[in-house]
Design a binder for this molecule. Structure first.
Ligand code: NDP
Length: 308
């Protein structure tokens, strides 16, 4: 297979600076070119993009600049015989650190102190409220790149880490792996439940009222995966009813999170604007992955992270 043109579709700017990303290919044998909509593609073109476009099905290979490729019609790619690859495998450190951040904040009340700092208020919480994460149980739902990144860091903090996935393959730092059928058992004793599964028909609405009732009432939900995995109305209901203590949320059913969402107003909800992977070198990590796959593509080898 050949690549004559390596296109970067401008929608990548949702997550990375497009010019810096294009420049990251300067040392590669095929320079990258920025394109917008209205371009025509052929089988010797490769496209790196954030959002799907129907015309990409005419290209030779398409790379999705994010790990979650749920917006792409994988059946259409398979029918067209166009390989689709995603950007999984590079978010263990970034998203792992964000999840740890939420947990440490909930344990030591940094978010609460900052709220009070805004009013120059020297705030004294109840003695019972702060705790250490060491020894607390974390259940990580989904043990791929994200899940492992979270589990490894939590293990290093002395947490008791269990997890959920379909295959029973063991994972470093995770003391017990549950089948998704046993989700309720897996989350029942956890102080923190971190969601790290892809958004699929099987995971949509995986967390709703029954799960929140099953969780401890002093437990925190962390969602760094995709909004629709959690029923947001049920989450608001569970927070109101005290079925769970709080939530660290990076992803939402609708993004940006609408201004009138009740989630904004809970003291024990920390909201980050889908920034789990956002660091100043994210564009270089994605470019490395694309270059590795471009080399494989040119050499006729199988592609890394092929999802269709
Ligand atoms: P991976 O494919 O590496 O891991 C997914 C994991 O989920 C695997 O361990 C898989 O294991 C497990 N899994 C899949 N389906 C189920 C199920 N029905 N029940 C339980 N476990 C399941 O993906 P990543 O870790 O790279 O990313 C996960 C998701 O996180 C992405 O799809 C994306 O939506 C989101 N994401 C969010 C980011 C952010 O900025 N907040 C950044 C990057 C990713 P098994 O096959 O054994 O079930």
């Amino acid at each position: 297979a050949d690549i004559e043109r390596l296109y970067v579709h401008e929608t990548v700017e949702n997550v990375i600076p497009k010019t810096a990303f294009v420049e990251a290919f300067d040392d590669f044998e095929i320079p990258a070119e920025l394109v917008g909509d209205g371009e025509q593609y052929g089988r010797t073109d490769a496209v790196v993009t954030y959002r799907p476009r129907p015309e990409f099905l005419d290209a030779g290979w398409v790379h999705c600049a994010r790990a979650g490729y749920d917006e792409f019609d994988t059946d259409a790619y398979e029918a067209a015989g166009v390989p689709l690859t995603n950007s999984s495998g590079i978010h263990d450190e970034t998203v792992g650190e964000l999840a740890v951040n939420y947990m440490l904040s909930f344990a030591r009340l940094l978010h609460v102190y900052r709220d009070h700092q805004n009013d120059a208020d020297w705030y004294e919480p109840d003695y019972e409220r702060p705790f250490t994460v060491g020894g607390e149980r974390l259940c990580v739902v989904g043990l791929g790149t994200l899940g492992r990144g979270i589990a490894e860091r939590a293990d290093a903090l002395g947490m008791d880490v269990v997890g959920v996935r379909r295959s029973d393959e063991s994972v470093p730092g995770v003391s017990r792996v549950y089948d998704p059928e046993d989700l309720h058992e897996a989350i029942a004793d956890a102080r923190f439940v971190a969601i790290a599964v892809p958004h699929t028909p099987a995971t949509e609405g995986m967390f709703g009222a029954p799960e929140f009732r099953r969780m401890r009432d002093d437990a925190y939900l962390i969602n760094v995966a995709r909004g629709p995995i959690v029923d947001e109305d049920d989450l608001v209901g569970a927070l109101d009813a005290g079925d769970i203590a709080g939530a660290g949320l990076d992803v939402f059913e609708t993004e940006p999170l609408p201004e009138d969402s009740p989630l904004w107003d809970f003291e024990e909800v920390v909201i980050s604007p889908h920034k789990g992977s956002a660091t100043n070198r994210y564009h270089l990590d994605i470019a490395d992955l694309v270059i590795e796959n471009a080399r494989r593509y040119l050499a006729g080898e199988s592609l890394r992270n092929r999802v269709a």
